[in-house]
Design a protein around this ligand. Structure first.
Ligand SMILES: [Zn+2]
Length: 379
């Protein structure tokens, strides 16, 4: 009997080189010199300006001539167009993106479009954007528009613990929520895949979740600890590797779709990516329980909720700054999350806008119930 061969798949699994550790940046400098001569150093926030100044000086000490570029708004077409012009005018041969997810995504997209070297230097562990061959596009105001697959992962990823440790602890908590989503989403979208690499990626997402359940609280309390290193690298590196191994089929599901919907509302623009995704996991589990009849999902939600609360992550609309949001606004967010082609439809059952709205609103009661009886479910 002949084996039926499946179609080939092309995957961008990992950056060509990854340096991680206490002084990864210093050790990475000679590698940067090998890769380029006129890099652009891309950043955004005022808070990391002093770090980028240091990086700039270090690059100059290597004989490089970096051009400093700033992302004004978000990873949006208006910014990208303007930055692409500057990269071309300055004849840059590489983009060194130093910052959070939006900066890393913008840097990867620019390098991809111009066919130049891409170097990512995450300044927080809030996302795995430094690793992946994916970029999210937003509007100038930060409303999610769509994601773009890139030709490859970065040429070099530098994960310097000393740099990342300077980020506010809120970014690490947010990274934990985003990394936890890997398991809750991949197990739904790809749990029954017959592809070995995808199965292994899903199992890796489970191990990653377990590690985060064990270590996250300690990591946040003790930024100097080994737990911090494990958690920060899990969020910024391993989560990216799982995405790379799992490939296009190992996709996001409702947790990220809820995030995408929430970005449409101005009132929660101050919230970080993972903060919205963490809330999205709770909503997804609620949908799985209520509409999919999955009792385990209910149990998983009750297990996850106290952890998110301990990490001071938002678990209700109010926590997300949406306590005063009108019904029409919430409906608009749900409508976006449920639009045709949304990843939310990778759930194995149908979800309507009003089902989703019910799930969003129900989080308020859930959070209070757990808060009142924290020990009961564990007894
Ligand atoms: Zn994410």
């Amino acid at each position: 009997m002949q084996l039926q061969l499946s179609a080939c798949s092309m995957q961008a699994i990992a950056p060509a080189q990854v340096i991680r550790g206490q002084s990864a940046w210093q050790e990475g400098l000679p590698l940067i010199s090998d890769l380029c001569k006129h890099p652009a150093l891309l950043g955004r926030s005022q808070a990391t300006q002093h770090l980028r100044q240091e990086l700039n000086l270090d690059l100059r000490s290597q004989g490089l001539e970096p051009v400093e570029l700033t992302l004004e708004h978000d990873c949006c077409e208006e910014d990208l167009k303007q930055l692409q012009e500057q990269l071309t005018i300055n004849r840059c041969d590489a983009v060194i993106a130093a910052g959070g997810g939006k900066v890393l995504d913008a840097g990867k997209l620019l390098a991809d479009r111009l066919g130049i070297v891409c170097i990512t230097v995450p300044l927080s562990a809030a996302t795995c954007a430094g690793w992946t061959a994916l970029a999210n596009l937003y509007s100038r105001e930060g409303a999610f528009r769509g994601d773009v697959s890139l030709h490859r992962c970065p040429d070099l990823l530098i994960f310097d613990h000393n740099l990342v440790r300077q980020a506010p602890s809120r970014t690490l908590a947010s990274g934990v929520a985003d990394a936890l989503a890997k398991w809750y989403e991949a197990s739904v979208s790809s749990g029954s895949s017959s592809d070995g690499m995808i199965q292994q990626a899903v199992q890796m997402a489970r191990v990653l979740r377990d590690q985060l359940l064990l270590d996250a609280e300690d990591a946040l309390k003790n930024p100097g600890s080994e737990a911090w290193v494990r958690v920060a690298e899990a969020c910024a590196l391993t989560a990216g590797l799982i995405g790379g191994l799992g490939g296009a089929q190992c996709r996001t599901v409702a947790a990220h779709a809820v995030h995408n919907g929430l970005t449409q509302l101005m009132a929660c623009h101050g919230m970080l990516h993972g903060e919205k995704v963490g809330f999205g996991i709770l909503v997804q589990l609620r949908l799985e329980e209520r509409l999919g009849g999955n009792q385990l999902a209910g149990q998983a939600r009750r297990q996850l909720l106290p952890l998110l609360q301990t990490l001071q992550l938002p678990v209700t609309l109010k926590d997300l700054g949406l306590g005063k949001a009108g019904l029409d606004e919430l409906q608009a967010a749900c409508c976006f999350a449920c639009r045709p082609g949304s990843d939310l439809h990778h759930l194995p059952f149908t979800v309507s806008d009003s089902d989703l709205l019910e799930a969003l609103v129900s989080m308020e009661t859930e959070a209070h119930d757990t808060h009142r009886q924290p020990m009961e479910s564990q007894a």
